[in-house]
Design a protein around this ligand. Structure first.
Ligand code: RIB
Ligand code: CA
Length: 313
């Protein structure tokens, strides 16, 4: 039976790739998208999620709009220099005809998880605000979810939104600390593995050659995103595979090497947004009693890239 998943997303170019990757994978059944700020404001994330489902011919999948700001303060703002003003590489898509459902992201997550105990996997690929709000709304989702596989964090490597922090965590560190402390099955697919997974220009060319509307959309939106990587990270050609790495983990966890560590998220000072693991033998009061998290520390990058290209091209 395909795994039922809810993707919480801030589309976003790599979010679009991950959503399409999931839609084209028979192992997965995408039962909903929930939207969050991050790459764009939440309202635009919702419009983009609706547009992506229309491109994929899957307007049967519900979209529930999420929080417009982090738990403890205003959203710091989008990153148009990475994903475009429209969050889709400035390709200026037509408006979506389909509409979001009249339920918040948190309420949708709670309703779906509690209606199918042990069956739903949450796949957050943006800031974790909606997931924290869902836990506040109904703490029992921690005991009823099948799995939480999130793209975010950086355990043993530098950040990408600051020297300390990865973008999704940096956008709502308080929410992330709640998510990593809820005592449910969480897997962190962070920069430790996504910065080892490079989709080269040759890989990216495959999308333009593929005769399907999902690959064609990716071929249109990825050049803007690729240009960001190639001017920002010396020596990088192509893109790093961030959000799709979380989808690859849900499909085949054996593609990754994981360690089980308690995680705390810094919320103050220059480390704000840093995910700090307590490694064996070195702990402290802030990590006492914290649940263990699956932290991805290794990846068969070639197989992750091959899996995504196989599904989409
Ligand atoms: O750090 C990468 C993450 O930030 C990805 O989810 C990307 O879409 C952005 O949201
Ligand atoms: Ca994202």
């Amino acid at each position: 039976m395909p795994q039922k998943i809810i993707i919480d997303t801030d589309p976003g170019v790599d979010d679009a790739m991950a959503i399409f990757f999931a839609l084209r994978s028979p192992e997965l059944d995408v039962i909903g998208l929930t939207t969050i700020f991050g790459n764009v404001h939440t309202e635009l994330a919702t419009v983009n999620a609706l547009r992506l489902l229309a491109i994929a011919g899957r307007t049967d999948i519900p979209v529930a709009e999420g929080a417009h700001d982090p738990l403890t303060g205003p959203f710091e703002g989008p990153v148009p220099y990475v994903h475009g003003d429209d969050g889709q590489g400035n390709v200026n898509l037509p408006p979506a005809d389909n509409r979001a459902i009249p339920q918040t992201a948190a309420a949708f997550i709670v309703e779906q998880v509690m209606a199918a105990p042990g069956a739903i996997t949450l796949v957050p690929i943006g800031p974790l605000t909606n997931i924290a709000l869902a836990l506040r709304l109904e703490p029992r989702i921690a005991a009823n979810v099948k799995n939480v596989v999130l793209m975010g964090g950086n355990a043993l490597v530098p950040g990408n939104a600051s020297p300390s922090a990865e973008a999704n965590i940096h956008n709502d560190p308080e929410a992330a600390d709640i998510v990593f402390g809820a005592g449910w099955p969480v897997t962190m697919v962070g920069l430790d593995v996504t910065h080892k997974t490079n989709m080269t220009p040759e890989h990216l060319d495959a999308y333009a050659q593929a005769d399907n509307p999902l690959a064609q959309h990716i071929a249109r939106i990825v050049p803007f995103y690729r240009a960001y990587f190639e001017r920002s990270f010396s020596g990088v050609k192509g893109i790093y595979v961030h959000d799709s790495s979380a989808i690859a983990y849900v499909i085949d966890p054996t593609l990754f090497e994981v360690e089980r560590w308690p995680i705390r998220v810094a919320t103050q000072g220059i480390s704000r947004g840093k995910t700090w693991p307590a490694l064996p033998g070195v702990t402290g009061p802030a990590w006492e009693g914290r649940p263990l998290v699956n932290v991805c520390v290794g990846v068969d990058a070639d197989r992750v890239v091959a899996l995504e290209l196989d599904r989409l091209t």
